[in-house]
Design a binder for this molecule. Structure first.
Ligand code: MN
Length: 203
């Protein structure tokens, strides 16, 4: 049985960059629906219901073919959104850029933090339709990738340490069609301390 996690901050904690109403609908309606649909799809499958959602999507061959697409979409949605909420933070816990080993790895892989941000944003703009942009820890380096729908790099053996939701539901109320502006403003709320911890776990 999967459970919708509470947001680790108030709905309005990311204002003015991500508005309260978007956070309410995104968490209480969209994420909640992924969790409900995942539980419904796996109804009666006790062994699969006991697995972490990350484990489920890392090896979808273990899921019966008749429900595999539902599990892929909804377990993916559950994992992605849980990670997304944890990747953002209230103002008092923010810093404008990563430091330490993650900062060094970003500079080594992309040349500079600014260039990394530009490439990440370009991947977000290049993702046609709904999907996600990722920063991944690879052996010895970092990569940027993007996925469709609710797919996650772990489905292909990847190690994502930061993901950005570029579905319209993530930004349309405040930014309408201006995805580029949403991405630009989103950097203001990223929790680099959390991303640094995820990176350290893969070192
Ligand atoms: Mn979303």
């Amino acid at each position: 049985m999967f459970i919708l996690p509470e947001l680790p901050y108030a709905y309005n904690a990311l204002e003015p960059y991500i508005d309260e109403r978007t956070m309410q609908i995104h968490h209480d309606k969209h994420h909640a629906a992924y969790v409900k649909n995942l539980n419904d799809a796996l109804s009666g499958q006790e062994a699969l219901l006991a697995l972490p959602a990350e484990t489920l999507i890392a090896d979808l061959s273990k899921v019966p073919e008749s429900i595999r697409i539902k599990v892929r979409n909804n377990a993916g949605g559950h994992v992605n959104h849980t990670m997304f909420w944890e990747s953002m933070t209230r103002q008092s816990d923010r810093k404008s850029a990563p430091s330490g080993a993650l900062a060094e790895a970003i500079n080594a892989a992309f040349g500079s933090f600014i260039t990394f941000q530009e490439k990440f944003a370009a991947a977000g703009m290049g993702r046609f339709g709904s999907g996600w942009v990722w920063l991944n820890a690879e052996k010895g380096t970092l990569t940027i990738s993007d996925t469709a729908n609710q797919d996650n790099p772990v489905m292909e053996g990847g190690k994502p340490i930061l993901g950005l939701d570029v579905w319209e539901h993530a930004y349309y109320l405040k930014y309408q069609n201006l995805r580029a502006e949403y991405i630009t403003q989103w950097w203001n709320v990223v929790s680099w301390a959390v991303v640094e911890k995820r990176y350290a776990a893969f070192l």
